[in-house]
Design a protein around this ligand. Structure first.
Ligand code: PPS
Length: 296
């Protein structure tokens, strides 16, 4: 059996309250639930493939006052502990977060109902980035093709069904986005859209800066806009995942920094799939005021 097949077999998804999660995360679940958020934590929250890496780099550039060299201190996965991440014998996300000095910036893909309760109790700051469901699906499909620790996505037609029915790691897109949208006015939550950052990065980066309580001048902001562009981050070994072994992320199948655009779904969805998805989406998202931009 090849290493790739071996990895995919070893890493089935298991469920917590009906949400599929990587098996190692489920094995570590009691530690994750007991995790102690601190009042000065900033938690970056996203559904997978919604621009997590992008907002992490933006946040770190703001934190480091635009000093790119300081952001090069470590690969992005190591700068902000991923709280539910576990791959023994490596230290888990919880262990890394506990070892980190405050103020901490952490990241998660968890839906609201699975978040460790202390984050709510301590009124931490949450930065949520949402991306339209169709582009998320396309991005996740290519990621599952290249990520040997996630289930093989099969054909695009098969994946369309898998994603649409929410049988992917971290569960259905609809409930994730709705869950965070519904609590956004009750907690310290800055809710951003991938499409808005793409359209007007400076304006959105300014919102992040204000939310973080920072005040950077125009030239610094301009350089953050430049350094966090897709083109720059694709070439940056600290953000493009090129240091991850190919047995885990196989870049010969698809790059991690793939296209970074709004509307790539049009190159994947058939007319019939689009109609079917719109109908399911309408039902799943009924009653919510959230609006997505599907193309720029
Ligand atoms: S993960 O695995 O869940 O952490 O992935 P995540 O970082 O959330 O999402 C990856 C997608 O975000 C795109 N990306 C960017 N788009 C625009 N600008 C910048 N700077 C940027 N950085 C990352 C990345 O290319 C993935 O999207 P796709 O559509 O697959 O290209």
């Amino acid at each position: 059996m090849s290493l790739t097949t071996e990895l995919r077999k070893q890493s089935p998804l298991r469920e917590v309250e009906g949400i599929p999660l990587p098996a190692a995360t489920v094995d570590n679940w009691s530690q994750i639930q007991k995790f102690e958020g601190k009042p000065d934590d900033l938690l970056i929250c996203t559904y997978p493939k919604s621009g997590t890496t992008w907002i992490q780099e933006i946040v770190d550039m703001i934190e480091q006052n635009g000093d790119l060299e300081k952001c090069q201190r470590a690969i992005i996965q190591h700068r902000h502990p991923f709280i539910e991440w576990a791959r023994p014998p490596q230290p888990s996300g919880v262990e890394k977060a506990k070892a980190m000095a405050s103020p901490r910036t952490l990241r998660t893909h968890l839906p609201t109902q699975l978040l460790p309760p202390s984050f709510w109790e301590n009124n931490c700051k949450f930065l949520y980035v949402a991306r339209n469901a169709k582009d998320c699906m396309v991005s996740y499909y290519h990621f599952q093709r290249m990520n040997q620790t996630l289930p093989d996505p099969g054909t695009w037609e098969e994946y369309f069904e898998t994603f649409t029915s929410g049988r992917v790691a971290w569960g259905p897109w609809y409930d994730h986005v709705k869950g965070w949208w519904e609590v956004k006015d009750r907690y310290q939550i800055l809710f951003l859209f991938y499409e808005d950052i793409k359209k007007d990065p400076k304006q959105e980066i300014q919102k992040v800066m204000q939310f973080m309580g920072k005040n950077l001048d125009e030239t610094v902001l301009d350089s953050i806009v430049q350094e966090t562009s897709f083109e720059k981050m694709k070439e940056n070994p600290m953000t493009n995942r090129s240091t991850v072994p190919r047995s885990i992320l196989d870049r010969s199948i698809s790059p991690f920094m793939r296209k970074g655009t709004v509307g790539d779904w049009k190159n994947h969805f058939t007319v019939a799939q689009n109609e079917m998805f719109d109908e399911i989406y309408r039902k799943k998202m009924e009653g919510t005021s959230i609006n997505f931009c599907m193309e720029l």
